[in-house]
Design a protein around this ligand. Structure first.
Ligand code: S3P
Length: 187
């Protein structure tokens, strides 16, 4: 698996989930569904839980109530996920921007950071309008800026990193399922 970055030291007590973090367009949802199938786990997605809790699609929630309110719902969604076991938890790309989420992430399970270059991310999200933070005049520049500001946060929260730039969804999912089996069960 590319880009392993074990954090070393003692691991905190954690639940038996796989948690996917990483920027928009790194494949958390598509990969997460495949990994869940492969492990026989339930797939959950903090963005979807926010939509269910608020009754609003994310662009509308951002437009009507602002990012801070979205972030509060996102923490609530993460807390709900972290209370269960045997799930693959796909998180929104900005979950690491809130320090209160870091401990919840680590305790929720084995945290895998999906990475990709800004250009590859741009290719994957360019035609999509459901990401409010990328509705700017120069989305590639926005991706670069946001990535630069979040890189250290993803690294701090992750048990392992996978560079998905040149991998298919299937390759990424296979690698993650193997490494999750080892991390969660030691087999
Ligand atoms: C966001 C990422 C989105 C969603 C919201 C904000 C971010 O999730 O939570 O638009 O701040 O990076 P995905 O990473 O699933 O696109």
């Amino acid at each position: 698996m590319a880009g392993n970055s074990s954090s070393g030291g003692r691991q905190p007590e954690r639940r038996g989930n796989v948690v996917l973090i990483g920027f928009m367009g790194t494949g958390k949802s598509s990969v997460g569904r495949r990994v869940a199938d492969s492990l026989g786990f339930t797939y959950v997605d903090t963005d979807q839980i926010v939509v269910d809790l608020t009754g609003k699609p994310i662009p509308r929630l951002f437009a009507e109530e602002g990012e801070e309110t979205f972030r509060r719902w996102e923490t609530e969604a993460l807390r709900q996920c972290a209370a269960s076991e045997r799930q693959v938890i796909a998180t929104g790309g900005g979950i690491v921007t809130q320090p209160r989420n870091h401990e919840i992430l680590r305790e929720a399970g084995y945290v895998i950071w999906l990475r990709a270059t800004p250009e590859r991310i741009y290719d994957r999200v360019a035609r999509n309008t459901d990401r409010p933070l990328l509705q700017t005049a120069d989305p590639l520049a926005t991706i670069r800026d946001l990535l630069a500001s979040r890189e250290a946060l993803y690294r701090a929260c992750a048990n392992e990193a996978v560079d998905t730039t040149d991998l298919t969804l299937e390759e990424t999912a296979y690698g993650i399922a193997e490494s999750a089996r080892l991390a969660l069960h030691g087999t």
